[in-house]
Design a protein around this ligand. Structure first.
Ligand code: GLP
Length: 261
């Protein structure tokens, strides 16, 4: 895992977005894995700005991590709506090229169909991830099998508490979602994860320095060959090897600078 402790949340966000931009520049027909959540709301404007600056997404294919069970694409709290609002409506990515699980289909059918679709179009070149307060990725809550495929998962109370802020008080929040599994996510060639704020510090520590365990689903990323974790200083406060990551990153950046023509 490459652990990049950035100077600020803005810096971490910009560097995460830059990875996506570089990926599409280098391979215009990239298959991207995309994520939702509050943290990602600041990432997508960078992609929209890159598009306005000339970057085309016309040949990209994208797969989102998850969708709430019971919410159709026009529901304002659906992740399909979120993605159109933050990204898809502002770039040249045709609706036929972006995919999310179908929140209205029977969950088992929606899950199997989504897994097959990813296999047919994949592998995902670059998978974007956020991090739940309890260490979830996608909606793979603690206890998830570390080799799981796309399926319905019940949301934990912690996740329902965290995400209910997006729903109005008279609106029932779904209690389950169809999510790519940890095995599905792990098939991505490269993974970039963004976590910000001290509320994520404990999960970041467990993900990076804890044992590989279903108790912290994100810890499965320790087994992946190409993961970059972008953090702001607050999200990094519980890392025991914080100084080492900073040191290693200084060397990494020096090597990158040397490779520049
Ligand atoms: C949701 C999403 C995750 C996301 C997480 C963190 O539960 N399913 O993919 O990483 O929220 O969200 P936030 O960035 O709002 O803390």
């Amino acid at each position: 895992m490459r652990i990049v402790i950035c100077d600020s949340a803005q810096d971490a966000t910009a560097r995460t977005a830059a990875r996506l931009v570089t990926q599409v520049q280098a391979k215009p027909d990239s298959v991207l894995g995309l994520a939702t959540g509050g943290t990602m709301e600041a990432v997508y404007p960078h992609l929209v700005a890159a598009h306005r600056g000339g970057l085309s997404f016309a040949n990209v294919t994208s797969f989102n991590l998850d969708e709430y069970v019971g919410l159709g694409p026009d529901h304002p709290q659906s992740y399909a709506h979120y993605m159109r609002h933050h990204l898809f409506d502002h770039v040249d990515l045709a609706p036929s090229r972006y995919f999310l699980p179908d929140g209205l289909a029977p969950p088992k059918e929606a899950s199997d169909a989504y897994e097959d679709l990813i296999l047919a179009h994949g592998p995902i070149d670059l998978q974007l991830l956020g991090l739940g307060h309890n260490g979830h990725i996608g909606f793979n809550e603690p206890g998830s099998s570390l080799t799981s495929l796309t399926r319905e998962k019940a949301l934990s109370h912690k996740t329902i508490d965290a995400n209910s802020r997006f729903f109005s008080s008279d609106e029932a929040m779904p209690h389950s979602a169809v999510t790519m599994g940890i095995g599905t996510i792990s098939r991505g060639k490269s993974i970039v994860l963004l976590a910000l704020g001290d509320g994520k510090a404990q999960a970041v520590h467990a993900m990076v320095e804890g044992p590989v365990s279903a108790f912290c689903p994100a810890s499965a990323l320790q087994m992946h060959r190409d993961v970059t974790v972008f953090l702001d200083p607050d999200a990094a406060v519980q890392l025991e090897l914080r100084d080492h990551y900073l040191h290693a990153e200084t060397i990494q950046r020096r090597r990158e600078a040397e490779r520049q023509p």
